[in-house]
Ligand binder design. Structure first.
Ligand code: FE
Length: 140
């Protein structure tokens, strides 16, 4: 079997393992489905070229090429990096009907996807900065 990404095998990880590996905000967002406050995350206004990986497992999730300014205060993308990047799940919490976006590799919470995106796909992947780990093109 070929391994196309350098994401970690997370099948044996417990919540206690996650808690010790992630910082408090990352753990809250990724493992407890929290949401960072708008305009407070480290990536909502970032315009550099590069790849956004899962902050929990390293899976490649989004490319800067599909990032756009939605005005929401969260990093916004019109599509995931590949079909292997994310899963989309129905979310009826907080009295709303939304679609949750999780990392396909480790199941961690990333954000939500809404049908009000730009023309390319019509989708807005509204993702917490805390769930992402940005690597600028040309850096390791
Ligand atoms: Fe992940």
């Amino acid at each position: 079997m070929s391994e196309e990404t350098d994401s970690k095998d997370v099948s044996s990880k417990s919540e206690q393992d996650w808690r010790s590996e992630l910082d408090a905000e990352q753990f809250h967002v990724l493992r407890e489905k929290g949401t960072e406050r708008a305009f407070t995350g480290k990536y909502w206004d970032l315009k550099d070229d590069g790849i956004y990986r899962c902050a929990a497992c390293g899976e490649e999730l989004f490319s800067s090429e599909t990032k756009y300014d939605s005005g929401s205060g969260w990093p916004s993308f019109y599509q995931p990096a590949s079909e292997k990047s994310v899963d989309e799940l129905p979310d009826h919490s907080h009295g709303m009907i939304r679609t949750e976006v999780v990392c396909k590799n480790c199941g961690s919470h990333l954000g939500h996807v809404f049908p009000d995106g730009p023309p390319e796909t019509g989708l807005r992947y509204c993702i917490n900065s805390a769930s992402l780990d940005f690597k600028k093109d040309g850096e390791d």
